[in-house]
Write a protein that binds this ligand. Sequence first.
Ligand SMILES: [Fe+2]
Ligand SMILES: [Fe+2]
Length: 330
Amino acid sequence: MLRLPRRGATRPLPYHMFDRARFGLEARNARQLERIYHQSQERAWDGAAVLNGLVEEHGRPRVDPEKRPALARLFAVIMWGELAAWKISAALADELVPFEAKMAATSQAYDEARHFFVMHDYLEMLGAMPDHLDRPIERLLSAVMNADHLAKKLIGMQLMVEPVALSVFHVVRELDVEPVLTGLLPYFQRDEARHVALGLKYLPAMIRQMSTRERVDLMGFQLRLVTMELWGSVGLMRDYKALGIDPRVAVEVARAKQKRALDLLLTEMGLVSKMPLELLDRYGSSLMEALLPADDISLRERLRRSARAAAWGKQPIDESLADEIKTPAA
Ligand SMILES: [Fe+2]
Ligand SMILES: [Fe+2]
């Protein structure tokens, strides 16, 4: 049962939750999922203590008044994104049936709650409390939160939204905008990289049990998410620029991380053909050339580059940009 039950439908206790074979879950993957839970406990950090320690070390966070609105808008995406991740992982903890996957999702909900309150407290200290999100990003998070299928929630959250959050952390950390923030980000990054593993270890079993129609529907869902992500980047372009970040570089970092996550998923599934991934990448790259053009090029040149990316794909990716995204050790 992967399609979500009607609201209000009665759900019995899942006595079959330990029957891995029924869910197509291999023993090795189940063990790794269970380990995500235990690692999350071992590596849990005290959000309030870490934030206060950084403030003691560097002083109260402060940023140039001209940069503050841009940072607030960029981190609005992170703060509300953390809330979305919290809601989705709490829903997965409830809805996923296999014991080990449920454990992994439960630990993620605990991590995301910490991410949310730490980011909230930090932004409040900075006087840059975000109000609401740009529409395309709000639609992206809402599409994943309200997806009608567990596979859509998992792929949307763990393999598409998490890598984008990781890419915002990546570029902002390199820029070193503000020392307390720079000190906080590695804590977030470490947890988020672990969250990608839940998708990698449970999705292959889930997808194998889906009908062709459901798989096509899932691919369509991913295309929609990529489209919304790129429209979201257009909205953030001004903010990236104000902070000294080239938006195309930010998108390129996200592309590398997302591609790595999806590539690892195909490998986990034992698929040799990378065709679905290649199609998704060409689609995203073509859209990027159209929506986020390099400076000073004519509309004609913009469309030519977009068509070329669709037909031939894009430049090879700098693989080192996705170093933290890997399959957990067996
Ligand atoms: Fe998070
Ligand atoms: Fe996360």
